[in-house]
Design a protein around this ligand. Structure first.
Ligand code: PEP
Length: 247
């Protein structure tokens, strides 16, 4: 049985005070959703502080980095490795469309990052998705996933989470069609393992989350903007909990 997951990607938002208020609010609000795995991905600079907040009580919240380097250490000013992240977090987002777009990350780089995360003992959350809206992009997405996982072994598929995130829906005011998402996810599942959670991301909010998570193919959601508001994020977590019937 795959676990239901809600990931909050805070991107380059929050001051330290915001981060502490947000993480405390989420910790307290999701405590009752015991079967749900909530993964908060704050800016890396706040991970240590937030790990003190969430690991105090809540058992169902884990932390993730938004990015790691594929090398374990070295003279790479400004970079953070999986070996550093693993002391404070369990997950690392890899291949987010904003990394692919603004930092020129290719599938080759991403597959090295996926391998580095696993080597460091982290679970990568691997993002894939088509750039342009279309009803015929499944081949493109499947091949992006295959290439993004080129450096890992089949036995390691259980250690990863896949996030299907159509690039045109991330940060936009339009989500993908849930039926199409389910069809994409069925095809992505053929690449990975029955045990690999596959979630959807792209303009998920408290009003549309149920459209995705009632479907058995979709194991949860990756949330950007709506993860920055405690009440909205908790509502999404409640919806996933209820539709996956895991209270
Ligand atoms: C994201 O950050 O991956 C994302 C899906 O953002 P948003 O929910 O704001 O579209």
């Amino acid at each position: 049985m795959r676990r239901p997951i809600v990931v909050g990607n805070w991107k380059m938002f929050t001051s330290l005070t915001d981060a502490l208020v947000l993480s405390t609010g989420v910790r307290d609000g999701v405590e009752e959703f015991s079967g749900l795995e909530v993964i908060l991905c704050p800016p890396a600079i706040w991970l240590t502080e937030i790990s003190g907040v969430v690991h105090k009580s809540a058992q169902n919240i884990a932390l993730g980095a938004q990015n790691i380097n594929y090398l374990s250490e070295g003279e790479y000013t400004g970079e953070i490795s999986g070996n550093m992240v693993r002391d404070v977090a369990k997950y690392a987002i890899v291949g987010h469309s904003e990394r692919r777009k603004y930092f020129a990350e290719t599938n080759d780089i991403i597959s090295r990052k996926v391998a580095a995360a696993i080597d460091a003992g982290l679970s990568p959350i691997v993002c894939v998705g088509e750039k342009k809206r279309s009803d015929d992009s499944i081949k493109e997405i499947v091949s992006e996933l295959e290439d993004s996982l080129a450096d890992i072994k089949k036995g390691e598929y259980k250690d990863i989470i896949i996030a299907y995130e159509p690039v045109w829906a991330v940060g936009a005011d339009i989500a993908a069609d849930p039926d199409y998402c389910a069809r994409v996810i069925v095809k992505l599942r053929e690449v990975v393992d029955a045990a690999t959670p596959i979630i959807y991301g792209g303009d998920v909010n408290a009003s549309n989350a149920y459209n995705f998570v009632w479907r058995p193919e979709i194991d949860g959601v990756l949330v950007g903007r709506a993860s920055l508001k405690v009440a909205d994020f908790i509502k999404i977590c409640r919806i996933v909990t209820e539709y996956k019937k895991i209270v």
